[in-house]
Design a protein around this ligand. Structure first.
Ligand code: F6R
Length: 261
């Protein structure tokens, strides 16, 4: 696991966008795993800027979102499909239908989850997965106690996650859905490169467990310690509880420019 601590959170967007640009350069039909939430926004903004400047194109690329609330109406602005469209997909040049997400309106939920797993498999898997992390250590919506071998399925959101996400629902926690469909931890682990972004003091405890804690279903993101290519992009506040901060900084500073993350 590579830990990169950047003084300016905006640089997080640039470093991640460099990796995504390099991937799409060498593989124009790359498959991206897309997270919603606040953490990846600087990445999406940077990718949009590069597309607008003619430096990057997603014309042949595909995308799979991580998760979706169950039961939100199709036109609800916080439905993750709409959130990712607004934040990224419709701002760049993906082909129509190139980005898929789990169907939060499905009546047969197990079938919808199996179909989503199939779609990812048929696309030959995800090349690069963007992740945020919940304050309770979730990735996707794999809440504490999630099976480390899980695949796409329905999950109940913790009270903590609903409180954290109430900011998107006029600060009304009761308006935040109680259930979601989410890629499982094994689904996420199958991505070939994972970039996880965390900023702010509120993420420091989860980041401490993710990077330096024991692997445990109580902190689901810790499964990433078993992944061969994970990059964790942090600001100083999110890194504040890490023991080996100096080592991580030194390692990143001494990397040759060509190497990337
Ligand atoms: C979003 C997702 C979640 C978020 C996490 C952090 O698709 O899967 O795991 O990444 O809740 O959210 P933010 O970035 O809003 O703090």
């Amino acid at each position: 696991m590579e830990v990169v601590i950047l003084a300016d959170p905006k640089d997080i967007g640039v470093v991640a966008a460099d990796a995504i640009s390099a991937l799409v350069d060498r593989k124009p039909a790359a498959v991206l795993g897309l997270a919603t939430g606040s953490s990846p926004l600087s990445i999406y903004d940077e990718l949009v800027a590069r597309c607008e400047a003619g430096l990057l194109s997603f014309r042949q690329a595909r995308g799979f979102t991580l998760d979706e609330y169950v039961g939100l109406p199709v036109d609800h602005p916080q439905r993750y499909r709409n959130v990712i469209d607004t934040a990224f997909v419709t701002r760049v040049d993906f082909a129509p239908g190139a980005v898929l997400g789990p169907d939060g309106q499905a009546t047969d939920i197990p079938a919808a989850c199996a179909a989503y797993e199939n779609a990812i498999r048929e696309a030959d898997g995800v090349d690069l997965q963007i992740l945020g992390i919940g304050t309770d250590g979730h990735i996707g919506f794999n809440e504490p106690g999630s099976s480390l071998a899980s695949r796409t399925r329905i999950k109940t959101l913790t009270r903590q996650t609903r409180v954290d996400n109430a900011r998107f629902f006029d600060d009304d926690v009761e308006s935040v859905p109680t259930h979601c469909l989410t890629q499982g931890l094994a689904t996420i682990m199958a991505a070939r490169h994972v970039i996880l972004v965390a900023t702010g003091r509120g993420k420091a405890e989860a980041v401490h467990h993710l990077v330096e804690g024991p692997v445990s279903a109580m902190w689901p993101a810790t499964i990433l310690q078993h992944h061969p290519h994970v990059t964790v992009l942090l600001d100083g506040a999110a890194a504040r509880r890490l023991q080996l901060v100096d080592y991580y900084r030194e390692t990143y500073m001494s990397k040759p420019d060509w190497q990337g993350i």
